[in-house]
Design a protein around this ligand. Structure first.
Ligand SMILES: NC(=O)c1ccc[n+]([C@@H]2O[C@H](COP(=O)([O-])OP(=O)(O)OC[C@H]3O[C@@H](n4cnc5c(N)ncnc54)[C@H](OP(=O)(O)O)[C@@H]3O)[C@@H](O)[C@H]2O)c1
Length: 300
């Protein structure tokens, strides 16, 4: 396979995950891409699958030696809040020590390291959050992601941290989907669906995140930290209503719930809406409206 002259060798960690597979697929049209999987080996056209499991540290070394990337997009994580609370040591091993292992073993000192972080580094009391806001994660997941951010900032000069809001997008051909697929399935299969009326996010279309990462790769930006959320702040319940409208589901199935009424096993910040002005000023990225994204996903 031949690539354009400016083509880079890009390693996407967590390529078997929801975001990672969209990233690897898109980046591989212009670059030489390898992606990592831990438990689920998948096929992504034009991309080289590599086994990397942070719970087996020797795989980090073999993976980096074999591929020698110019750019690492680090998206692998234990990204389920409930699992992180249930197994905090595992969460730390994967999200913090795993990131540290990557940074220690990356051989090319000029490599660009893009770390995919989360809106859950904030406590939800002072939204919208821009890049100057002070993180104060509530749960294990957010805490481990914040620790990894600090490691990246202190250990790797040529880095960019991209904090993403809750992501949604099309159903992947195999494997786990986003919260949208959960909502859609629940509407189809259950009598009712409980959604929070008091939890607000700026859900971001996964393709916008991919476009942002592509932009970060191509240009030398002036900042090392960016936020990316969607253009609308919305509660879970209102997102559900939008989905019901486009899919023709009965909106009466929706049961509005308050965070305090449902024990999800971990603290949920009420509003971690992100202010995405900085990335929009720095790069020509337009953020997709929820109705346009849902139309593209389900109707087109
Ligand atoms: N989804 C969201 O709404 C959202 C929002 C903000 C930020 N993020 C961040 O975006 C990134 C991707 O999230 P996602 O939703 O795509 O996650 P995901 O679907 O749960 O995928 C997680 C990925 O991490 C890999 N992984 C898990 N355990 C590992 C281990 N021990 N060693 C190495 N890799 C391991 C998984 O590999 P296997 O599947 O092969 O085991 C998978 O490729 C994460 O860094 C997350 O923190 C996500």
């Amino acid at each position: 396979m031949t690539f354009p002259q400016q083509s880079k060798k890009i390693l996407v960690t967590g390529g078997s995950g929801y975001l990672g597979r969209f990233l690897a697929r898109e980046l591989s049209s212009d670059h030489d891409v390898a992606f990592t999987y831990a438990t689920t080996r998948i096929h992504i056209p034009r991309c080289n699958p590599l086994w990397l499991d942070f719970l087996h540290p020797e795989t980090v070394d073999s993976c980096l030696r074999e591929f020698q990337p110019d750019i690492v997009v680090h998206a692998a994580a234990l990204a389920d809040g409930g699992q992180c609370e249930a197994s905090p040591e595992k969460a730390r091993a994967i999200n913090v020590t795993g990131t540290e292992q990557l940074l220690l073993r990356l051989q090319n000192p000029d490599a660009l390291f893009i770390y995919i972080s989360t809106d859950l580094v904030f406590d939800g009391t002072n939204a919208p959050y821009d890049e100057q806001a002070i993180p104060n994660p509530l749960g294990i997941y957010g805490k481990t992601k914040r620790c990894a951010e600090l490691l990246v900032q202190s250990e790797w000069q040529n880095h960019v941290i991209l904090r993403c809001a809750l992501m949604y997008g099309p159903k992947p051909s195999s494997g786990k989907g986003s919260f949208l697929q959960w909502m859609d399935k629940t509407f189809r299969e259950q009598e009712s669906i409980s959604l929070f009326i008091d939890e607000f996010r700026t859900p971001v279309y996964v393709k916008d995140v991919v476009r942002a990462v592509s932009a970060l790769i191509q240009t030398d930006g002036s900042h090392r930290l960016y936020h990316i959320g969607g253009p609308e702040r919305i509660s879970r319940v209102d997102f559900g209503k939008r989905l019901a409208a486009i899919r023709g589901y009965d909106p009466l199935k929706i049961k509005g719930t308050r965070i305090r009424d449902l024990d999800t096993g971990f603290l949920r910040p009420a509003d971690v809406s992100l202010d995405s002005s900085r990335i929009q000023h720095a790069y020509p990225i337009s953020l997709t409206l929820i109705s346009d994204a849902l139309h593209e996903i389900f109707v087109q």
